[in-house]
Design a protein around this ligand. Structure first.
Ligand SMILES: Nc1ncnc2c1ncn2[C@@H]1O[C@H](COP(=O)(O)OP(=O)(O)OP(=O)(O)O)[C@@H](O)[C@H]1O
Ligand SMILES: [Mg+2]
Length: 507
């Protein structure tokens, strides 16, 4: 199947999200789509899949113009989209999720679950997805949930698969497996549009690359000849530095100290096992590890989102083991959460409200008994400029921002506040290369102003580039500690510890 977008334009109020876009998508090919946060990638693909109606222009399938009234029309024409945020029902099984809305029915109009399961198995087999049909979605790791989304569009006979930042939440191992699946799909003659902010990925898997800037296609290229630096410059319009300049740390007093912290899950299994660590003021401490080895729980323990079973947590000399989230926040703890939708923002609140979500009661925003809204709006507008949050106004709902801009909004709120300790979990998830550069600079600036900074990231480059000291987590424990002054930690040794096959100094 051959798809052509011709002169597509889409406006949201004053924002021109797509401006006269032309694009060709061919069977048996992976088209990599790059662009800054808010450049219009998701919008363009939402038009192609039928979710949005273009204001101008047309879509041609095998040369014939088509008109989609909704995603149902898109999928009927063979175009399936896997969205930036998953849309699965957690309490239903894989098979139930896959057939939802197109249930095969038996003689009397009942759902024929056996037939559905069989079809799911067939697709599973054909594209080597290895998805367990009877498991509940909520029981599965994100990497598998992702494949369920793919299975879902394949079940609906899609020939064009649009994958919007599918690798953002995957571990490196899951990314490898995912690329294997993409390859199988390509060989089966599917056309694939792949959106990512990870430039090495797009170079590896794409046959062609298109770059979008401020709603327009500004560049096309061949992944065989382009470099990551070329791509970054094409996206952002200036050279981007992939390394953060920083001096040596000047560690001061202990800001955060964990003593033998243990946390249990609902089955009483240890998700944190006697974790002890310190973060001093004026240093960046990185926590490396393969996702799912206790990093999420570590952050929940520190920020107060979950209770610990035993052990002690001190924040700047005060015992906070059982302190509430808001108390910790008031004491000067900033938290960039790993999942902005779960614990970082409210979609229906305005950008301004989101910017003061956990701080609206601060003296600087109060006027007598009431909130000083003009002040809030003014401050929010300033933060948007600082962090390059692209929005036409601070009155827009936070949920209307592009994915990366939502992330920048949350990061801005947490880093602009006066704090003593910054807990940053996956701080640059979904953020474009230019803004990653800025967020990294700001984290180092927090350090140099005397904050303790703890960074948890599944991007080893991010950990290696920013941290003065590195802990490695494996199976709920700290298994190694590395001094990274002047970048001296051995990347291979860190990688080995992450795989659980090496025990370093702090084990
Ligand atoms: N439903 C909406 N209402 C208002 N504005 C919107 C809506 N959807 C998108 N926009 C605006 O359109 C522009 C393009 O957004 P889009 O989501 O397409 O960007 P993107 O390239 O996918 O960015 P990211 O890399 O951050 O995901 C942004 O300025 C965004 O705020
Ligand atoms: Mg997007």
């Amino acid at each position: 199947m051959d798809v052509e977008l011709r002169g597509l334009t889409k406006r949201f109020g004053p924002v021109v999200a797509n401006d006269n876009v032309n694009l060709h998508i061919r069977a048996g090919e992976v088209l990599g789509l790059l662009g800054e946060n808010g450049a219009g990638k998701s919008t363009m693909m939402n038009m192609l899949s039928g979710l949005y109606t273009p204001d101008e222009g047309e879509i041609l399938i095998d040369g014939k113009p088509v008109k989609f009234e909704g995603p149902g029309d898109g999928i009927a024409a063979g175009i399936g989209m896997v969205h930036q945020h998953f849309m699965l029902v957690p309490v239903m099984t894989v098979a139930e999720n896959v057939v939802l809305g197109v249930e095969p029915t038996g003689k009397f109009g009942y759902l024929d679950i056996k037939k559905a399961r069989r079809q799911v198995e067939e697709i599973n087999e054909k594209y080597r997805l290895h998805v367990p049909p009877d498991e509940l979605i909520e029981e599965l790791p994100v990497g598998i949930q992702q494949r369920v989304e793919i299975l879902k569009v394949l079940f609906r006979s899609a020939d064009v698969l649009i994958l919007d930042e599918p690798t953002a939440v995957l571990t490196p191992q899951e990314v490898r497996e995912f690329f294997g699946i993409v390859d199988t799909l390509k060989k089966a003659g599917k056309a694939i549009v792949f959106i990512t902010h990870k430039l090495h990925e797009v170079l590896e898997i794409s046959d062609r690359i298109s770059v979008l800037r401020q709603g327009r296609i500004t560049g096309e290229g061949d992944p065989k000849t382009l470099t990551e630096s070329d791509l970054a410059e094409m996206m952002v319009g200036r050279p981007v530095s992939f390394t953060t300049a920083k001096g040596d740390a000047k560690p001061g007093r202990t800001m955060l100290e964990l003593h033998d912290v243990t946390m249990l899950d609902e089955n009483d299994d240890k998700v944190l096992d006697r974790v002890s660590m310190t973060v001093r003021s004026g240093e960046v401490v990185g926590v490396a590890g393969v996702q799912g080895n206790g990093q999420t729980e570590l952050v929940e323990a520190i920020t107060g989102l979950e209770r610990v079973a035993s052990g002690k947590i001190d924040f700047d000399g005060t015992d906070i083991t059982y302190a509430r989230v808001r108390e910790r926040h008031k004491m000067g703890m900033a938290h960039i959460p790993e999942d902005r939708h779960k614990s970082g923002m409210v979609d229906s609140f305005s950008v301004a409200e989101n910017m003061v979500l956990n701080n609206y009661y601060a003296p600087e925003y109060s006027k007598g008994w009431a909130i000083d809204w003009p002040k809030v709006h003014e401050t929010a507008a300033k933060y948007c400029v600082e962090f390059d949050v692209r929005t036409p106004s601070v009155f827009l709902p936070g949920g209307a921002l592009s994915g990366g801009n939502q992330q920048k909004m949350v990061v801005a709120r947490e880093l602009e506040r006066q704090t003593k300790l910054v807990i940053a979990s996956q701080p640059t998830r979904g953020v474009d290369v230019g803004s990653i550069e800025y967020i990294h600079e700001r984290l180092i600036a927090s350090r140099d102003e005397g904050d303790g900074v703890l960074i948890v990231s599944s991007e080893l480059d991010e950990i290696m580039g920013l941290s003065d000291r590195i802990y490695v987590m494996y199976d709920g424990r700290i298994v190694a500690e590395f001094d990274n002054t002047g970048g001296k930690a051995d990347r291979n040794a860190v990688g080995l510890a992450m795989a659980g096959s090496f025990e370093g100094e702090a084990a």
